[in-house]
Write a protein that binds this ligand. Sequence first.
Ligand SMILES: NC(=O)c1ccc[n+]([C@@H]2O[C@H](COP(=O)([O-])OP(=O)(O)OC[C@H]3O[C@@H](n4cnc5c(N)ncnc54)[C@H](OP(=O)(O)O)[C@@H]3O)[C@@H](O)[C@H]2O)c1
Length: 368
Amino acid sequence: MNGENTQNTQDTGNTQDTGNTGNTGSGRGPEGGAGRIPAVELGTGGPEVGVQGLGCMGMSEFYGDTDVPEARATLEAALEAGVTLFDTADMYGRGANEEFLAPFVRAHRDRITLATKFAIVRGEDGAVRGVRNDPAHIRRAVEGSLRRLGTDVIDLYYMHRRDPAVPLEESVGAMAELVREGKVRHLGLSEVTGAELREAHAVHPIAALQSEWSLFSRDVERSAVPAAAELGVALVPYSPLGRGFLTGSFTDASQDLGETDYRRQHPRFTGDNARANAALLEPVHRIAGAHGATAAQVALGWVHRRAEVHGLTVVPIPGTRKRSRLAENLAAIRLQLTADDLTALDAVAESVAGNRYPDMSGTSAARE
Ligand SMILES: NC(=O)c1ccc[n+]([C@@H]2O[C@H](COP(=O)([O-])OP(=O)(O)OC[C@H]3O[C@@H](n4cnc5c(N)ncnc54)[C@H](OP(=O)(O)O)[C@@H]3O)[C@@H](O)[C@H]2O)c1
């Protein structure tokens, strides 16, 4: 298992300002006196959420051992800072990540926007068995997620991957039925093309598109981003830190990553690719230095600013299990990158060595 590839054994704005959006440079988090983060509407008619969410996947799987008390403290600190969108999926830890979140959900149910996903089916051994988008699977999956999360409603329910053999109308129709039954409040899709997003949105309003988007991975800008901007669908960029690579923490997976870390098999983290990609971070480090910021903040700042260029609402969900990094990442919201910074950072993606998944066939890029 490694991440969210579904094809082989490795698995895988417009702000309503309630905070301070001026450039503060680096590192100062909510405890630094900068206040709560701004809130945005997650897609037309969607819930209001803090403009940055929290990816919870790594708390249960994929990125090495977790310090559980620190991860739980990170959830609480995020909420206190104004983060309200918490992201999980039924496949993370084969349900363990939803179960991990349950006490937090119970304690704060009315303050959080809870997002989970269905579609990626894993066997007992953890290997991915396939993608299920059919109504019977959707009806079963939602009951499992509700039970594990200990709630009677999911705020945002995503289709994690698309099986092109199942008509979108059927899948989104079944998801819309869950909204009518009160089991789900809003719908989302992950890794769909612009054409698929339009087709789905015609069946039922889609609040959010969750796809990989970072200054290392820009293929989503070809069709999905323009469609989302036109339809008023919010983009929820996943892996906005390039699975940690953009923070400058890695050059050689065999040295830098633990035995169970799935990135040891990731094309961008290994061998010559890792060394070449580390060299690409030069503008990221240079721009970070000029702003008194960190590389992680520049990477996140780029996503926020690129979204403005596209006229799109974005709510990135960087994953972290540590309060210090949460604070660092939230401070990125206020980083004011210049037009020259953007130009330099925009050029990085075209030189990246290695695909964003070992097997790209489950991604939107494969169907464009
Ligand atoms: N829809 C999909 O197909 C899909 C796919 C992948 C992920 N996701 C979702 O998106 C979320 C985020 O993606 P991701 O976790 O893959 O990647 P990411 O957010 O790009 O990076 C996470 C990694 O960066 C590290 N990190 C975070 N902040 C840091 C900082 N300031 N300095 C140094 N390292 C830092 C984290 O380690 P620590 O935890 O140790 O801080 C973790 O290893 C996931 O949690 C999941 O909810 C969705």
